[in-house]
Design a protein around this ligand. Structure first.
Ligand SMILES: Cc1ncc(COP(=O)(O)O)c(C=O)c1O
Length: 386
């Protein structure tokens, strides 16, 4: 491995996580157990939700949430095209239809106009995705949901922590799902959390994450547990584990420190690139705060002699790792073919995608590497200026 290469992302792991993992391994309780429960409680306290249910991924969290909403075959669920395909695939699990819509140009968050245009008598839910960590227009989305009697599942895979009009993401609607995948702002390798203010949803998802077994089944091999359990529905194997919680507990303690670090990097990039005519910066609206999970920029291709893929290769040659978020869902083969989707119905995301690239942003990045990103991006783009 080239030690000069600046990775696009690196988890922020210290000796605390290593010690906690060792403690768990020595305890002999490797799957869901006391540390998972503690992680749920502490996460819940941090977010300020009523209940938090830990699961194996965001995908599992979203699937369980739609199950708890009672989504059925032929129902429709509205979601944005600018997301990871997981947001759409969980709808397909039910034989329901993901109604994929375009986004706003400045934020790449779901367009309110497009949501409203897409509502039909079959619509059951909306999944707003807080792209890159910036909250969607939640007041308006919740108002629409109320008027049309729709459920809301917030895809907060990018937004730990983020604030909308002073309120933390995770407290605004019925259900918010977080991801703890390896590249996320808090990482347990794989993992997810369902935060809800609705007791019934908390109960249902907690049961369905572990085979549909009634509560506290995870204790059945402990001293206080019982060998007897009942299955109340055919559930899933989506539980979190104490090994994952061993990463999650120390990560949670420093989640705000990690956020400060990302905010500092974002501020430096914004300062450095604000007058650079070869890229357009991402807009953050004044009444919300991003987690800065991503720092996306749009290339001004009209003024460049190379396309995005060629420029990313050039940046790679100069030891800078770059991400792309996202190829719009409507362009992925399955969704395009199955739902007959066409770029012309997604003018904003189709125009944005070929220009998008995400710069490295994560705690642990040194001032030197931040400055290196700035100078290499500036030099490489200037080199290919028309
Ligand atoms: C917006 C969004 N939603 C959902 C997911 C899926 O998360 P997980 O890998 O935890 O299932 C991701 C993962 O990258 C994501 O970026």
């Amino acid at each position: 491995m080239n030690k000069d290469f600046l990775l696009f992302h690196k988890p922020f792991i210290s000796e605390e996580e290593v010690a906690e993992i060792a403690d768990t391994v020595r305890s002999g309780w490797l799957s869901m157990g006391p540390k998972t429960i503690r992680f749920e409680q502490e996460f819940n306290k941090y977010i300020g939700a009523k209940r938090s249910v830990a699961v194996s991924s965001w995908t599992a969290a979203g699937h369980l949430t739609l199950e708890a909403f009672g989504i059925e075959k032929d129902d429709e669920v509205i979601l944005p095209t600018m997301t990871f395909p997981a947001t759409a695939e969980i709808v397909c699990y039910f034989g329901a239809k993901p109604v994929i819509v375009d986004v706003d140009e400045d934020t790449l968050n779901i367009s309110l106009e497009e949501i409203e245009k897409s509502i039909t008598p079959k619509t059951k839910a909306i999944i707003p995705v807080h792209y890159g960590g910036q909250p969607c227009d939640m007041d308006e989305i919740l108002e629409l949901a109320k008027n049309y009697n729709l459920r809301v599942l917030e895809d907060a895979a990018h937004s730990l922590p983020a604030y909308y009009k002073g309120k933390k993401i995770g407290t605004l609607s019925d259900v918010t799902c977080f991801s703890f995948y390896a590249t996320k702002t808090l990482s347990t390798g794989e993992g997810g959390m369902i935060c809800t203010n609705n007791e019934e949803i908390a109960e249902r998802t907690a049961i369905m994450r572990l085979h549909g077994i009634n509560r506290d089944a995870w204790k059945r091999y402990s001293e206080s547990g019982s060998w007897y359990y009942e299955v109340v529905a055919p559930g899933y194997k989506y539980n979190f584990t104490d090994l994952q919680a061993s990463l999650g507990l120390p990560q949670l303690k420093k989640v705000d420190i990690m956020w400060e670090w990302r905010k500092k990097i974002a501020a430096r990039y914004t300062e450095a690139f604000k007058d650079f005519d070869l890229i357009k910066l991402h807009t953050i609206k004044g009444d919300r705060e991003s987690s800065w999970h991503l720092y996306p920029v749009k290339l001004n291709l009209e003024m460049l002699t190379k396309n995005r893929a060629q420029l990313i290769d050039e940046l790679k040659k100069q030891n800078i790792g770059i991400g792309v978020h996202f190829m719009p869902v409507h362009q992925h083969l399955y969704y395009q073919k199955t739902f007959n989707l066409d770029d012309k119905d997604f003018p904003v995301s189709s125009a944005a995608f070929p220009r998008l690239m995400s710069l490295p942003i994560y705690p642990g990045m040194t001032d030197e590497s931040i400055e290196k990103v700035i100078s290499v991006v500036t030099d490489v783009l200037n080199k290919f200026r028309k």
